[in-house]
Design a protein around this ligand. Structure first.
Ligand SMILES: [Zn+2]
Length: 228
């Protein structure tokens, strides 16, 4: 377990993939024994997170073959791999089938790349409209946004550049999750830290934000953040 002492108000406990490493950020005033007790009292939660990462490892070892389950916008789809002699593409057939067309003999990596490319394009379509809608509400101006794959976070914000980073995984989650992460990162342009002011701003702009947060924390990428 890694313990980091910081000038913060609350203890933050995080469990990180791939192997479930535990990291605790601790206010300077807390002594070792208090930290130990705080961690012990959350052992059940820590183990649960670690089991999730194990599951996730198994999931990401998927072969990208017909019959696997993949998610889009919070819905579950059954993958149907169709070999054809042309560029790779993805389309949804009804509410249950995700059809992945690939060249004959394509390996799992190529298939995965095709699906990720599709997720990225779908996510990209949704972001500008959301930012435009939220900028006047929150009273901030986002200079730039980007999508990337992140192992431990759903989003982040480079405050100086007013740039927001969003996790590609959000493409798989219910629509409200992207909106929540976006609002969260935009609120960081008003308040850098997860403090009372930050929570007050979230309550004002998105009163149901805790529901969305809990939704995301139930997902495999969950990272525990006890401070907010
Ligand atoms: Zn944040």
């Amino acid at each position: 377990m890694e313990v980091v002492r910081k000038d913060i108000k609350n203890l933050h406990l995080g469990v990180y993939p791939p192997e479930g490493r535990v990291r605790v950020a601790v206010p300077l005033r807390l002594d070792d024994e208090t930290v130990r007790l705080a961690v012990v009292s959350r052992l059940g939660w820590i183990r649960k997170q670690q089991r999730r990462f194990e599951e996730q490892e198994r999931q990401s070892a998927r072969e990208m073959v017909t019959g696997e389950t993949h998610f889009f916008l919070g819905r579950r789809y059954r993958l149907d791999v169709v070999e054809h002699d042309g560029p790779a593409s993805v389309r949804l057939r009804g509410n249950t089938i995700m059809e992945l067309r690939v060249r004959p003999g394509s390996d799992p990596e190529k298939r995965r790349a095709a699906l990720h490319g599709w997720y990225r394009r779908r996510l990209k379509e949704r972001i500008p409209g959301l930012i435009e809608a939220w900028e006047p509400v929150i009273g901030v101006d986002v200079a730039d946004w980007r999508i990337r794959r992140m192992r431990t976070r759903w989003g982040s914000c480079t405050i100086e550049a007013r740039r927001i980073w969003l996790n590609l995984e959000l493409a798989k989650k219910p629509p409200a999750c992207l909106e929540y992460i976006l609002v969260h990162e935009m609120v960081h342009l008003l308040e850098r830290r997860h403090n009372d002011r930050f929570r007050e701003l979230m309550d004002r702009f998105m009163p149901r934000w805790r529901l969305h947060r809990d939704d995301l924390n139930r997902a495999p990428l969950a990272h525990g953040d006890w401070g907010y």
